[in-house]
Every structure is written in C-alpha cells, then in structure tokens.
Design a protein around this ligand. Structure first.
Ligand code: SF4
Length: 604
C-alpha cells in the first residue's frame, strides 16, 4: 500500500486467464515496457493474450513496467518482477515477449529484464533463460536494441506467434537444449528476424550492410493476416480494475490506410488495407459489451472515415446500444454531414471537441507530405460543425517537415486565425449568440522514420525546432481564443536518434539504463544531459543518425521487407520534392509493392 496505484501489480481482473502450470507447457509472459494503465489499453496485448492462451499446452500471462516507486521496493526487498496471473518471476517463463510501440520505451525493456532476473544481453543467456522476443511497429528497425533480443517478429502476430510457440514446444518435447540451433530454426520461420545471425559492418561512421550467417534469410518478410474476418479477436478482453488510458471496449475495423501520407510510418508498414466486414464487427461489438460490462465502445483503425461499412456498422451497433444506455466512442472523423449526424447520434453527452490534423500550415507543404486535404475542405467542414453547435477545435501540426520554411510555420498561425474568424462569421450569419470558441493548436516535431518516403531526410536540429516553436508562439500570443501547446524538443530529438539508429546504440541504451534513465517517454524522467554524455562516451553524435542518407546508401533496416519497395519510396520522395500528390489506394493503385501479399484492397 506504500506505492502509487497498487492495483497495477495485483492482477485478478475480470476475464483474466489463469492456467495451471503443467509439465511441457510453453509459458509466455507478455511484457509491456510501460505502466499498466498504458499497457492495458494496448490491443495487441489483448489479441495475443487470447491467441497464446488458445492451445491447452500454451499459456500467456502479463507483466508491466513497475513505476519507479515499485521498482525501488522490488529491488530493496529482493522481489523479482512477476507476472500478474501466477505471480511467477519473469525468468521462470519460456518466452518473455515484449510489445514495442515506441522507441522511448527501450530502457524499460532492460528494467523489466533486470528486475525479472533475465540477463540483459542475448549473448549472456543460457539454456535455462527465457527467449526474449519483441513485436510491434518499432521492430522494423530493432538495431538499437539488437543485442538484447533473441528474436523479433515483423508484422502481425496472430499466426507467427503460434508457429514460434509450436517450435519451442517441439524442442521441449524432444528435450533438446541447444539455444544456438533453436535460434537458427526460429530464423527459418517467415517473419522472424534473429539479430545475432547478422553482423553489421561500418565504413568510417557509416553503416555499410550486414555479414549474414549461412542459412539466415537475406531479407525477413513481414507477416500479415489476409482475412481479418476469420482471425481470432478478443471478445472477452481482460477488464482492468484501475482507470486506464482508454477505459473502454474496442473494435478493430481494418488494418492499413489508403492515404499514404508521406511522413506516416504506420501508413506504409501496415499495407495493404484489409477491412473486416460490418456484420462481423457488429457481432463482435455486441459480444464484447456483454462480456465486459463496459458501457462505451471505441473504434480502432488508422482512419475510421475510410471504413466502407461505417454507416451499416454504426446503425447496427447503435440500435443494440441505445436501449442499454451504451455509447459509441468515435475517433476523429473526416468531418462532413454524415460524420456530424453520427456524432450527434452516438454521443450521450454534450458535444465533444473536434480534431483535425492538417499537419502543415500551407497547401504547398500539405502537398509535399501528401496530406490530401486543402483549406477549403477544412473550412467547409468547420462551418458545418460550428453551425451544428460545435465550438471546440483541436488542430495538430508538425514542425520540421522536409522543405519547410518559416512561411509554412506562419501558415499554421494564419489557418488558426482564419478558423477563429470563421466561427464568429458563422455565428453572425445564423444570428445566434456566440460563445467563445476554443481553438487549440498543437505542434509535434517531425521525426523521419524507416519505411517512409522521408526515411533518408535530415531531421531539424533542436535549435531549428526551438526557433520555429518560438516564432509560432509569438504569432499566436495575442489571440485569446487560440491556445498553443507544443511537445518537448529534446525528447523528440532523442527519439530521432533511436528511430534510425544502428547497433552502435546498444551500449548507449545499456549505459542509459544502468544510470537510471527509465520511462524516457515521460518528460519528467528524461535526462538529456546524461544521454548526451553517454553518446559522447561512445564517440557518437546526434548527426550520425539524423543527418540523413543518400537514396543509394545501405540502411540499417534494409534486411527487413515490409512489402513496400524501396523503388516506390524513392518515387514518392521525388514526388514530395515536386510537390505532387499521389492518389489514395482506393481511387488508383500507386504500385507500392504490397500487392505481393495478394490480399486486401489491392485485390478487391
Ligand atoms: S499495392 Fe496499390 S492499392 Fe495496394 S497498398 Fe500499394 S498502392 Fe495501395
């Protein structure tokens, strides 16, 4: 009771699965390298928890990063980090499987391994230690963490996780204890990358490719689920006892995104677009509510407005929900008449705020990033919304996009000011009494990510970011109805290093952990000076990872194949510089390469 929020560490929630531990069982602990409240909002956790608890010979339990107060208690009292289900120390499992959603959680992986009694480095683990693996979007460039993982999963896990677990089972049943041979066999499973079989080469300060051990694939191909209707979905998810970040049930509408915004890694990583049918979703939505007791259902996808069955799905769900006083929680939708009507129907309470992500302040820059919306779209949507009674708008932008000038930064302020004027004009036209609008402008820093057309770009320096932030602050400070909020520059610069980093960063991350840098994604714990000192210790500079590359250079993530070809990314980059847009996948195929999966929208 002396730690904050003890409910994080006890388990016992509704729908938790506790299997008796039996001989020969393959035991996996799903590790989330952040606190319980964030991890329990993660859909991958709920999906894989169900999948791996499916066969009777396989079990899956959960563990989360302990907050610093609990971390200290565990160390002082010599208690190993344990799973919530059977309270087993992490080192008693066969597999410790991490979900990596963002780079800033890297040191928390080491915290969990260390507290769980598992050697931090893959090379130091013995036959008795668990296999330490990872999945999630960050694994498309796992090089900065390559020394710590025995294997990583590329792409969607529902099928490959079971194939992997079956292989462990086979080794167990045969009593085979040869970790090196097991890792070589694991590398033969499509979609699994075993970093120890790949030795990076450097020329001067530059990454220059890999020496690949014989038998390991030259390229590791992403796995996808072709038919989402037939794949397992957690309709009986674990219901947390604590208040978590997204405290509701969830439906996943589709994977992938038709849009192809050039900065967005998810838009390229999850191709091709595959939808679930509205019928399946309706049935699953109703069942989840029954099995959990939630009164609110959220919808998950990269762009919900693009889901073709949205009217049918929302009508079906609302018909069932209304008499039970259950509600649908709508993500930010592309605003049009349909969306506004839907928002009216779905919400049980007062009108919530509207969110827009123009990402850039000028049309020129929106074309560079292939955002696919123009000022007219935004203004006509907002006019409709203001006339319908909405008065709170949140606008998301990025600073530091390729080719950005101060004119583009000023365009952000201009757009926000025009929206403020539009609100008052609309109210005047309607002759109604106007309240004050609440307009929030939020900026984050653009971080070039692998597998996007901007993967070769130079990232803005912290000085450039700070200058842009301060310019925007000055432009907006006189506007009382406009609030400007911004992200921390230092953490974004560090994320930029990790996102396109290579194996030279492994000792940096290890030292960072040893020197107490955990929860780096939390501004209050991020220690920039310490990280800079550690980089210098290894003769590394920020520029080594963020200065950019020529399109002919070898990249640390070249060994991974996500289906989208380098030739396509180069074409998209050239189109960005020519300020030319690419149509969305539904109106015209751009030949990205993801058609190799013979699934989804490319084959409809
Ligand atoms: S192959 Fe064509 S339609 Fe399919 S994801 Fe790529 S660009 Fe879109």
């Amino acid at each position: 009771m002396s730690v904050e929020s003890p409910g994080r560490y006890v388990g016992g929630e509704k729908n938790q699965i506790v299997k008796p531990i039996t001989d020969g069982m393959v035991r996996t602990v799903f590790c989330f390298p952040d606190i319980y409240e964030i991890g329990m909002s993660n859909l991958a956790l709920q999906i894989l928890y169900k999948v791996l608890n499916g066969p009777e010979w396989s079990s899956c339990e959960r563990a989360f990063s302990p907050w610093p107060d609990m971390d200290a208690k565990l160390r002082v009292n010599n208690i190993p980090l344990y799973s919530l289900e059977t309270k087993s120390p992490l080192n008693e499992f066969d597999v410790a499987a991490f979900s990596l959603g963002y780079e800033m959680c890297f040191t928390n992986v080491l915290q969990m391994l260390d507290l769980g009694g598992i050697p931090l480095l893959s090379k130091d683990r013995s036959e008795e230690d668990p296999l330490v693996v990872a999945g999630g979007p960050v694994t498309c460039n796992i090089e900065p963490m390559a020394d710590f993982f025995d294997a990583v999963f590329i792409g969607e896990g529902e099928e490959v996780d079971l194939e992997f677990t079956e292989l462990i089972k086979k080794y167990k049943d045969e009593g085979k204890k040869d970790r090196k041979a097991l890792l070589r066999d694991i590398a033969k499973i499509e979609g699994i990358y075993v970093p120890s079989l790949y030795t990076p080469k450097f020329e001067g300060r530059r990454f220059a490719g890999f020496d690949i051990e014989e038998g390991a694939p030259v390229s590791v191909k992403k796995r996808i689920i072709k038919d989402l209707d037939s794949v397992e979905y957690p309709t009986r998810p674990v219901v947390p006892n604590n208040n978590v970040v997204h405290d509701r049930a969830y439906l996943e509408l589709f994977r992938g995104c038709i849009r192809g915004c050039r900065f967005c890694q998810a838009g390229f990583l999850y191709r091709p677009v595959r939808e679930k049918s509205a019928k399946t979703l309706c049935e699953q939505g109703i069942e989840i509510m029954k099995n959990t007791g939630y009164d609110d259902l959220g919808m998950l996808s990269l762009s919900t407005s693009d889901y073709t069955g949205l009217p049918e799905l929302t009508d079906g769900l609302l018909e069932d929900f209304k008499p039970k006083h259950q509600s649908l929680s709508l993500p930010s939708l592309r605003i049009d008449n349909f969306a506004l009507e839907l928002m009216e129907k779905a919400s049980q309470t007062r009108k919530s705020g509207l969110t827009f992500a123009p990402e850039a302040g000028t049309q020129r820059l929106r074309d560079v990033i292939n955002k696919g919306i123009n000022e007219e779209n935004i203004m006509s949507a907002l006019k409709l919304a203001f006339a319908g009674g909405w008065s709170t708008v949140k606008l998301y932008f990025m600073l530091g996009l390729p080719t950005e000038t101060m004119e583009d930064v000023e365009g952000i302020a201009d757009l926000a000011i025009k929206i403020e004027k539009l609100y008052f004009d609309t109210m005047r036209e309607l002759g109604g009494k106007s309240r004050k609008p609440e307009i929030t402008v939020s900026t984050s820093m653009f971080i070039p990510k692998p597998f996007t057309p901007f993967q070769w770009e130079e990232q803005n320096t912290r000085e450039e970011f700070l200058e842009k932030q301060s310019h925007l602050r000055n432009l907006l400070k006189k506007h009382r109805n406009i609030r400007y909020i911004w992200h921390d520059v230092e953490t974004s610069c560090f994320e930029g290093i990790l996102a396109r980093g290579d194996r030279r960063l492994c000792p940096v991350i290890l030292d960072g952990y040893k020197e107490g840098n955990i929860f780096a994604a939390w501004d209050q714990f991020y220690k920039d000076e310490n990280w800079q000192a550690i980089l210098a210790r290894y003769d590394l500079k920020w520029e080594d990872f963020t200065k950019g590359w020529s399109t002919e250079d070898a990249l640390p993530w070249d060994v991974i194949d996500v289906g989208v070809t380098k030739a396509f990314l180069k074409r998209e980059r050239a189109k960005a510089y020519a300020e030319t847009i690419t149509e969305n996948c539904r109106s015209k195929c751009a030949g990205c390469g993801a058609a190799c999966y013979k699934a989804g929208i490319c084959y409809e």
